[in-house]
Design a binder for this molecule. Structure first.
Ligand SMILES: *Cc1c(COP(=O)(O)O)cnc(C)c1O
Length: 418
């Protein structure tokens, strides 16, 4: 177990969380290196014997230390911006294993991707094909492209994180794909390398994933028959994890059916998991500042807020909250765990039974994905520190921001009339 109690004190690997909080302050994100490695192993094992590539979805947790760990394991990367490409390169990632997704790639982003020599630009519209073709011609570099096809499959997840339906902004329509491939195949500066999809995030059942894969494979087959041979099939990410009582399929279960369908095909299978690789590796540590009792509700006001962990406010997401030190005489009560930000939507958890008092440390679990990466400085709150633990060793991987950092880029103009 990555997070476990020893003598009444919650540990990450071999280190007490209380010790990390005292050393680095709170709020603080802490990640287990072993947990990330273990999650990566699971994908490797499930894909064993298949020509495949695991492209870690950078947006889940883009810290350089996390990216470097993935790079060491031989991972590729799924990126959605030029900024993420720079991070991957800075962390020692191999550009030839990078796939670039997203509906709004700018010319500058396309240019830097082509210069870096990435594996594939995953195109999401006809207009983007035109743009990539133009940039490639200008640079005199053939652009490796795939289309992200929208298989119109309902992933059965939160509407904000479902991406593969007709009404979503992502991907090209399934019905248009063949025409777009034929168009792209005629262009001198375009090299067709693959096909992709990504139907959503936090998918817990196998059926939508296998449906999408089936539709993609059928299309790949039709294209091959039309003389358009692709090198890879990218099935996206979205593998669900357990936050509370979900019972997500295992990685092997997700992939088994698909691997069966692909058995006599030669394309490289790409998956781009984000959450499944890092989500359960991390916790957000927060200190209780006040216990506030009200008529309708009791509150634990903590020093972390929606700017640190947005998922509860944004998706009504559920994160397990634990008291780090189990005091035998502590009294349990029902609390909303809230932050100091001036929004009613600023909460981390609703109606939890916790035995906590002022000064106690709380761990908000499953915060390794879309935690720090979605954080902001709202209310002029410096962003949290990030720490990675390996066994008994603790490393700071991002120092806490200072208030000075927050306004370092700002200036007060001097107007003529002053
Ligand atoms: C966000 C994203 C992923 C990763 O999603 P997870 O749910 O974190 O696995 C994979 N592929 C694409 C194209 C994405 O946009």
């Amino acid at each position: 177990m990555v997070f476990h109690y020893r003598e009444g004190s919650l540990h990450i690997e071999q280190v007490p969380l209380e010790k990390i909080a005292r050393r680095f302050g709170t709020p603080c994100y802490v990640y287990s290196r072993a947990a990330i490695e273990h999650a990566y192993d699971e994908f490797e094992l499930a894909l064993k014997g298949r020509k495949s590539l695991i492209c870690y979805s950078v947006k889940a947790n883009p810290n350089l230390a996390v990216l470097a760990l993935m790079a060491q394991r031989g991972a590729g990367f799924d990126i959605v911006s030029g900024g993420e490409l720079r991070r991957v390169l800075a962390a020692g990632g191999d550009p030839r294993k990078v796939v670039f997704s997203g509906v709004g790639k700018t010319e500058a982003e396309i240019e830097s991707a082509l210069r870096a020599g990435i594996l594939s630009l995953n195109l999401e519209s006809e207009a983007e094909l035109e743009r990539v073709d133009r940039v490639a011609q200008r640079l005199r570099r053939r652009a490796p492209v795939a289309f992200r096809v929208n298989p119109d499959v309902d992933p059965g997840t939160h509407p904000y994180i479902s991406t593969g339906l007709k009404q979503n902004k992502f991907g090209v329509a399934y019905e248009d794909a063949e025409r777009l491939y034929r168009d792209a195949a005629r262009r001198k500066w375009i090299r067709l390398v693959g096909i992709g999809c990504h139907i959503g995030s936090q998918i817990t059942s196998i059926a939508p994933f296998v449906d999408a894969a089936g539709r993609l494979i059928a299309l790949t087959e039709r294209l091959a028959n039309a003389g358009i041979r692709l090198r890879h099939i990218d099935l996206g990410g979205g593998f669900g994890i357990r936050y509370s009582n979900e019972d997500p399929a295992t990685v092997a279960e997700f992939l088994d059916g698909t691997l069966g369908m692909l058995a006599d095909r030669s394309e490289v299978l790409i998956v781009d998991p984000g959450r499944a690789l890092v989500g359960n590796s991390g916790a957000l540590l927060a200190r209780v500042e006040y216990v506030k009792r009200g008529e309708a509700r009791n509150f634990l006001v903590v020093d972390a807020a929606m700017n640190d962990l947005l998922r509860p406010s944004l998706y009504d997401a559920w994160h397990e909250v634990r008291t780090v030190c189990e005091a035998p005489d502590a009294v349990e009560d029902c609390y909303d765990v809230v932050g100091p930000v001036c929004e009613s939507g600023d909460f981390l958890a609703h109606e939890r039974r916790l035995a906590a008092k002022t000064g106690d440390l709380l761990a908000i679990l499953s915060a390794g994905a879309y935690g720090m990466s979605m954080s902001s400085n709202y209310n002029s709150r410096p962003r949290a520190a990030e720490v990675m633990v390996s066994g008994r060793t603790v490393k700071l991987i991002r120092r806490r921001e200072t208030v000075r950092d927050l306004f370092a880029l700002e200036s007060i103009p001097r107007w003529k009339e002053d």
